[in-house]
Design a binder for this molecule. Structure first.
Ligand code: ZN
Length: 340
């Protein structure tokens, strides 16, 4: 019934066989990966949310053959929204990031109204922590919407996929803002240089992602290069920060380096689940609704974001209390063990 156009993996590291034309406004069955068959069950006018097996969905929704069932397909926007309250194989993906979106919003309010004033924070503290949480919220919101509306049509699928990927870039870039700000708290020139670098890589990554060729196979290596560059950018200021503060002798280096290491570990774990499609690869059809790799990827992304937020709040408290005092200037009674 459907045309064999090849598989499309919704992974940003994967390839797409055909180039999507964003200018096209015509949506017909063939464009959705189907032959123009009046008996097709995939109608936008459907009043119920049907769940389909892997081999019954159009090619653009196929990405993981180990998730064999529970797929929604070709729902109107209204029915997509309604499916929020029905169990499908996207339910955990949608809700995990939707709940996280509201949690980060809650933190945004509490930080600005209570936590930062309580610690005698300045306007800059408000700006950097707010930037971090807004970056997280955009990332969570776009991801939830992508998983909610991807079953509408191919055009909508690609639009939200682009926004989902842009959200990941924004979330990554936002992670650098408070980290650079507090790491170079006492080196204002370097602080300015690295923060400008963060703004620059944010704009470059967005310009890349909204290019019409971004999701095509020709750009597969550029996509990989872009996301690797965003993560690798952190290595330069991190090494510079350790050297500038005098290495392991500085208390904030001792405090923060293990937190950076845990952050990278969570990222590697998240990517491992995502790329290897474990554990469902070993239990095909058994983890269709709960427990598949994409759900673990979502969970580890939220954990990494929470960990990084918490680490930056600790660093903020440290800077607001001790400012630029070096390790040797702190007496043993002043050592901020309570920050751990
Ligand atoms: Zn996702």
């Amino acid at each position: 019934m459907y045309q064999n156009k090849g598989q499309f993996d919704s992974c940003f590291l994967a390839t797409k066989d055909t180039m999507y034309d964003f200018q096209s406004t015509q949506i017909d069955l063939s464009e959705r990966g189907f032959e123009n068959d009046a008996k097709s069950p995939f109608l936008l006018e459907s009043k119920t949310v049907k769940l389909y097996d892997y081999h019954d969905i159009p090619y653009f929704l196929r990405g993981n053959p180990y998730v064999t069932s529970g797929y929604r397909a070709f729902l109107s926007f209204r029915m997509c929204t309604k499916s929020l309250f029905l169990l499908s194989n996207e339910s955990v993906n949608i809700w995990s990031h939707l709940v996280a979106f509201f949690y980060f919003f809650y933190l945004l309010v509490v930080d600005n109204l209570v936590r930062i004033p309580e610690n005698n924070g300045t306007f800059s503290d408000h700006v950097v922590l707010t930037s971090l949480l807004i970056g997280y919220m955009i990332s969570m919101f776009f991801s939830s919407c992508y998983h909610l509306f991807c079953c509408h049509s191919e055009k909508v699928f690609h639009l939200w996929l682009s926004l989902d990927l842009a959200g990941i870039s924004l979330g990554l870039c936002a992670c650098y803002i408070p980290a650079v700000y507090y790491a170079f708290y006492c080196h204002v020139t370097w602080q300015g240089i690295y923060l400008s670098g963060v703004v620059l890589i944010t704009f470059i990554s967005l310009a890349f992602q909204f290019h019409p060729s971004f999701l095509t196979s020709r750009w597969a290596s550029r996509r990989l290069l872009l996301f690797c560059s965003l993560v690798a950018y952190g290595v330069v200021p991190s090494l510079h920060w350790v050297l500038l503060l005098g290495g392991w002798n500085d208390y904030s280096v001792r405090l923060f380096i293990p937190k950076v290491a845990v952050m990278y570990m969570l990222g590697v774990l998240a990517l491992g689940f995502y790329a290897l499609k474990v554990p469902e690869r070993y239990f095909p059809g058994k983890l269709n609704y709960v427990g598949s790799s994409h759900q673990w990827w979502h969970l580890f992304i939220v954990l990494a974001y929470c960990w990084w937020y918490r680490s930056n709040v600790i660093y903020m408290k440290y800077r607001l209390k001790y400012e630029c005092a070096g390790f040797n200037e702190l007496t043993s009674s002043e050592l901020p063990f309570d920050f751990l």
